[in-house]
Design a protein around this ligand. Structure first.
Ligand SMILES: *[C@@H]1O[C@H](CO)[C@@H](O)[C@H](O)[C@H]1NC(C)=O
Ligand SMILES: *[C@@H]1O[C@H](CO)[C@@H](O)[C@H](O)[C@H]1NC(C)=O
Ligand SMILES: CC(=O)N[C@H]1CO[C@H](CO)[C@@H](O)[C@@H]1O
Length: 374
């Protein structure tokens, strides 16, 4: 995740961004190693070298790298945003007995293994191995639970690190889709390829929330009435690459997605813990629904945050017309995890709390069950 902070570099690059991108330009320029980078919802994207793009990462400037999605989404035109009614939480009888199964111990065990990879950068072997670790871990969970109705599939991109998609087969396979996701890559802001980037909070925390929710659902024998998918995105830190590719693909395929939950950084609460809900570039009805889930299934109160353009993968879904919500570990701008994108974003970092993160697992479990139960 990247914190919204438009510093000087962002502003200077914006000025050059006015010329519309021509059709052949994308192939030509990307063959020369340039990247097409979008810095706001309104403006045309601009071409940059990879080093220039990475200066954006270092200065905490939000962007989407649209090199491989610009032409595709342009062909699709403006997305037709479909609206959905989200019912009040009403499956407490199913959710509540499972809440205590969402556990600090399981999340810690997974996180110890996940953060042991030197980094999870989108173009390193470690980044590829970490994606494989997720596939293997979830496949083992499904197999231990005797669940051949749960499938685990790598989603290959234009870069080395695949995303992973986990699908629970539904009683009604044609039903509208519910998605929970987070990014599995990490980055060391100053030494991207070789530097240590444990990414415990960003976004090991969201990643192990998802694995834990899958584990609890699988073990409990829960079978969704409507389709349920979990996504572990690759390449988020370098411009939301994995989630853009998947969200564009789902739009191309005409999939109907009724809800997307993004979990990116859930373990750094600050002194007064809250469950903070991002209110910009999200679906307002879905966010209201998540607010109800927080009061039903967590012990925290909510606060609101604004996160700006393209700060995490929910923005890829929003840009493609799909309703997304993004709860965050703390109020943005009030509390910030200063270890993010460094070698010290570890489980042992001062202020890191899996007890806090578990609250997001509980709400995520409620989200999955409430939206996919008959
Ligand atoms: C990047 O990290 C590696 C591994 O720790 C180290 O050997 C290398 O010198 C670092 N490079 C820079 C430019 O700091
Ligand atoms: C990046 O990685 C190097 C080598 O592991 C480490 O020394 C350095 O502190 C890291 N950079 C940050 C910003 O943590
Ligand atoms: C696509 C979109 O809605 N982008 C908006 C996200 O939120 C910021 C404000 O925080 C706006 O400036 C963007 O236009």
């Amino acid at each position: 995740m990247r914190v919204a902070q438009l510093l000087a570099i962002g502003a200077s690059l914006r000025a050059a961004a006015a010329i519309p991108v021509a059709a052949d330009e994308v192939n030509q320029k990307s063959a020369q190693g340039l990247h097409l980078v979008k810095l706001s919802a309104e403006e045309e994207p601009t071409w940059m070298t990879f080093d220039e793009e990475m200066e954006l990462v270092q200065s905490n400037t939000n962007f989407m790298d649209v090199t491989h999605t610009w032409e595709r989404t342009k062909k699709l035109g403006s997305p037709k945003t479909k609206t959905f009614d989200y019912p009040e939480p009403s499956h407490q009888d199913v959710v509540e007995p499972l809440l205590s199964e969402i556990s600090v111990e399981n999340q810690r065990a997974d996180l110890v293994e996940l953060t042991a990879f030197h980094n999870r950068y989108y173009e390193t072997q470690d980044g590829v191995d970490a994606a494989k670790w997720i596939v293997d871990r979830v496949a083992a969970i499904a197999s231990d639970a005797g669940r051949d109705d749960i499938t685990v599939t790598p989603f290959q991109h234009e870069f080395r690190q695949p995303s992973t998609i986990v699908k629970f087969a539904a009683a009604d396979p044609e039903g509208d889709l519910t998605i929970l996701g987070g990014h599995m890559d990490s980055i060391n802001g100053s030494n991207r390829t070789l530097g240590r980037a444990p990414g415990a909070d960003d976004d090991g925390s969201g990643t192990v929330n998802l694995i834990d929710i899958i584990r609890v659902l699988a073990k409990s024998g829960y079978k969704p009435a409507t389709p349920l998918e979990f996504m572990f995105y690759g390449g988020e830190e370098v411009g939301l690459l994995g989630s853009q590719d998947i969200a564009s693909t789902y739009r191309e395929e005409g999939k109907v997605v009724k809800a997307v939950l993004q979990l990116d950084m859930t373990a750094f609460p600050g002194e007064v813990p809250t469950f903070s809900l991002v209110t910009d570039n999200v679906s307002t009805p879905l966010t209201s629904f998540v607010r109800q889930l927080v009061s039903s299934y967590s012990t925290l109160s909510t606060s609101d945050s604004r996160c700006g353009y393209a700060c995490s993968d929910h923005a890829s879904w929003t840009a493609n017309g799909f309703p997304a919500a993004f709860p965050f570990e703390a109020q943005m701008g009030v509390v910030s995890n200063k270890y993010v994108h460094t070698a010290t974003d570890t489980i042992d970092a001062e202020g890191f709390s899996l007890e806090h993160s578990v609250q997001f697992g509980r709400v995520g479990l409620g989200f999955a069950i409430e939206l996919t139960s008959a």
